[in-house]
Design a protein around this ligand. Structure first.
Ligand SMILES: *Cc1c(COP(=O)(O)O)cnc(C)c1O
Length: 406
């Protein structure tokens, strides 16, 4: 994972915002699979001010690791979750009216809350009409600190913005009602990546950005006015190369049959690593700069590729499954020859990656990107019938993570 890419993307998003607008980066699900602490570090360099997570556990993990920036739990929390969050100085979303359950009110530490308003996602949130009374009540509670009020757009990445605008209209009415009752309006936030990129009217006091920080478009519908740098890559080294004769088949179910003499290489990445099985006989990977197809069924721990067009392929060569192409020097022979122990191997891998995909700064354009060949997670996700988000989060814990420092 390239922390520099995250810092870059966050800095570009920051440039879209008015000075003073806060920038929350969503780091739930271990930073969309990237490693939450590394994402936080890089995002702070890029100008992030706040972080969003899904659960109190995720937030506490970051606090324990030393993150002092504001953290908001975006999902629903239990009464004991509220108590824990308060203890750790973590803000929580009030996704329903807590007054019905006295257990929610027992924290000894100040509870920092953002009221979540249901405006059309039908997932979480207080009904619009109930919000002003709830605001008044929270403000009257010495142990509660009303920090924010927010809603979430269901269709910010859709071809049209009608649905989003209807949600914003409902939300605006709630804000107007709060003000007309003479109540204080806390920090207001609405937009995810798509909303933040598409419409500055939806920025309010803060935006909550996830996918764009990781370098991917929210959807094909959203035009991004700057270059996004994908932060993650998934790589594997060839473990075997064989020649097949016509009629021989590949992998479980024999779903691929050689029609002529061909060369097949094995790569130790499978669906248990988060590489979807539905990509069997569908996806392509990179060998050097060349695209080669996945052949046969993707196994739990391995997959096979057709390397007939790259006859020089040897055991130990690096295959790019997602992201920027692997540096030319990445192969087991170079690795073993240059690096004696594991930590110097990691140094070598990250240094050669950093050299192959150089840093570039604000003002440079797409032509300056250090990689011409890369496997777009968007394309792979489309082939797998899903979205980039799901593939990022699917990367399993057994994959060793390497980080290029920002
Ligand atoms: C995850 C999340 C976001 C970020 O969404 P992206 O589409 O990744 O930008 C924003 N708001 C809420 C409530 C979220 O759960």
């Amino acid at each position: 994972m390239d922390e520099r890419a995250i810092a870059w993307n966050v800095a570009q998003i920051k440039r879209l915002l008015s000075p003073g607008t806060r920038l929350m980066i969503a780091v739930k699900a271990n930073g969309y699979g990237h490693g939450a602490l590394h994402v936080v570090h890089a995002a702070l360099l890029g100008g992030a001010t706040d972080f969003g997570v899904a659960s109190v556990e995720e937030a506490m993990q970051l606090r324990t690791e030393g993150v002092t920036a504001p953290i908001l739990v975006l999902g629903a929390v239990t009464p004991s979750g509220v108590t824990k969050a308060a203890e750790y100085g973590i803000s929580v979303a009030m996704t329903h009216d807590w007054r019905t359950d006295k257990q929610y009110l027992s924290s000894k530490h100040p509870v920092r809350v953002h009221i979540k308003v249901e405006t059309g996602m039908s997932r979480l949130g207080v009904s619009p009409h109930a919000v002003p009374d709830l605001v008044r009540w929270i403000e009257s509670q010495p142990n509660f600190l009303l920090e924010g009020i927010f809603t979430h757009l269901a269709c910010a990445d859709a071809p049209t913005t009608d649905h989003s605008q209807r949600q914003v209209d409902v939300f605006e009415q709630v804000l107007a009602e709060i003000k007309s009752q003479g109540l204080r309006l806390p920090s207001v936030h609405v937009a995810n990546s798509a909303g933040a990129i598409r419409n500055a009217n939806w920025h309010y006091d803060m935006v909550r950005v996830g996918v764009a920080a990781y370098g991917y478009r929210p959807s094909r519908e959203v035009d991004v006015p700057f270059l996004l740098r994908p932060a993650l890559g998934l790589y594997g080294m060839v473990t075997r190369v064989i020649e097949l004769s016509p009629g021989q088949t590949v992998s479980y179910g024999a779903t691929y049959t050689a029609t002529s003499v061909m060369r097949v290489a094995t790569v130790p990445v499978g669906y248990a690593d988060g590489y979807p099985r539905i990509l069997s006989n569908q996806a392509t990977v990179l060998l050097g700069e060349r695209r080669v197809p996945v052949v046969g069924t993707v196994c739990m721990d391995q997959l096979m590729i057709d390397v007939s067009t790259v006859p020089e392929t040897r055991v130990g060569d690096t295959v790019t499954l997602y992201g920027p192409k692997a540096p030319a020097v990445w192969n087991m022979r170079e690795l073993e020859a240059r690096a004696a122990d594991e930590s110097s191997q990691i140094d070598w891998i990250t240094r050669t990656f950093a050299e192959a995909t150089p840093r570039f700064s604000v003002g440079e354009n797409e032509a300056d990107v250090g990689w011409q060949a890369y496997i777009s997670l968007d394309n792979i996700a489309a082939q797998a019938g899903t979205i980039s988000y799901e593939l990022m989060c699917a990367l399993s814990t057994r994959i060793p993570r390497l980080y290029v420092k920002a």
